[in-house]
Design a protein around this ligand. Structure first.
Ligand SMILES: [Zn+2]
Length: 319
């Protein structure tokens, strides 16, 4: 087996490209490019090419020691043919990543989705190392999740299994980006908390978070954390409510799947410990008594690198 792979994490705001050791999962070199201004299939593709070239130019390892390029992308993908079908946050459609990158670099290319690669990273080198029966949940702008059974990510009949963010937790509830009403993502994601706080501020509620919102800034996970530290009433209430919804979703997953371990990650979990602690406490109290005693919770441990590390190992999991 060749010792190294290139992992690419294609997200809504950035492309992170890294040279990863297949043996240790260590990131030897990484390149980060913002995708905010240059969106569209062509622009995204060129940014990927530039990132890979930058990385190869460093000559950290010989090119013939690189076994594959793995790409984790948000949105709808066709794994078999290596095509990004539709990533609306990047305005990227019908992009045949596999064919184009293989032609350019003569290295085999594999494509997976963003949650899948982050889960592979945590399973092989991170918080789920040694466990083959767990659920990974990432809470940030949205809620992404994957169920791992016997060391394999459950894909389902149409490849969409594990989409916990679209579990309906409120009949006739808030509209979700997927078109349905009352999805968990519309109640427990960072965006959901953001909307809830903004709505209350518009109605005249007072909160210390307003101090951070000058110059048109929008609410971030770190602003939420700072306000919680200051025991801000409104922010604490909104985060508690979100933890209440998220734990209802997690309790449902525990009851149905009965995993050994739940891994929680993503921007909101990393930044706001109050949210993490509250969520695990409430999840335990809401699920059935037997799994409640055995279920273990851990925070994802690879942080921003989980996607690239997992993507670099895609070939092992897709074959
Ligand atoms: Zn939804």
């Amino acid at each position: 087996m060749k010792k190294y792979s290139i992992g690419i994490d294609l997200g809504g705001t950035k492309i992170l490209t890294a040279l990863v050791s297949r043996e240790s999962g260590e990131v030897l070199f990484s390149v980060k490019k913002k995708t905010k201004k240059a969106k569209g299939s062509k622009a995204i593709f060129h940014k990927m090419i530039d990132s890979i070239e930058e990385l190869l130019d460093e000559k950290i390892v010989p090119k013939d020691e690189i076994s594959s390029i793995g790409v984790g992308a948000s949105g709808q993908i066709d794994r078999e043919n290596g095509i990004i079908k539709g990533a609306c946050n990047l305005d990227c459609y019908e992009l045949n990543i596999k064919e184009k990158l293989e032609k350019e670099f003569k290295i085999p290319v594999f494509l997976g989705n963003d949650v899948e690669v982050a889960t592979i990273g945590e399973m092989k080198y991170g918080a789920a190392k040694g466990c083959d029966d767990f659920v990974c949940i990432f809470v940030g702008t949205g809620i992404g999740s994957a169920i791992v059974k016997d060391g394999k990510i459950i894909k389902g009949a149409t490849g969409t299994a594990g989409e916990m963010g679209h579990m309906i937790v409120d009949l006739n509830g808030r509209q979700c980006a997927c078109g349905a009403h009352g999805c968990l993502e519309a109640y427990a994601s960072r965006s959901a908390i953001e909307h809830r706080i903004e709505g209350a501020l518009k109605k005249g509620r007072q909160s210390s978070i307003s101090e951070y919102l000058k110059d048109g800034k929008s609410i971030s996970s770190s602003m939420i954390e700072k306000s919680i530290q200051r025991e801000d009433e409104l922010v604490t209430l909104c985060v508690s409510e979100a933890a209440d919804y998220l734990s209802a979703g997690i309790a449902g997953v525990i009851n149905i799947v009965n995993p050994k371990l739940i891994i929680l990650g993503g921007g909101l979990i990393n930044a706001v410990d109050f949210f993490y602690q509250k969520t695990i406490k409430k999840s335990r109290s809401k699920c059935l008594p037997v799994p409640s005693k055995s279920i273990e919770f851990r925070k994802a441990s690879l942080g921003d690198f989980s996607g690239v590390i997992g993507a670099a190992n895609l070939e092992e999991y897709l074959q």
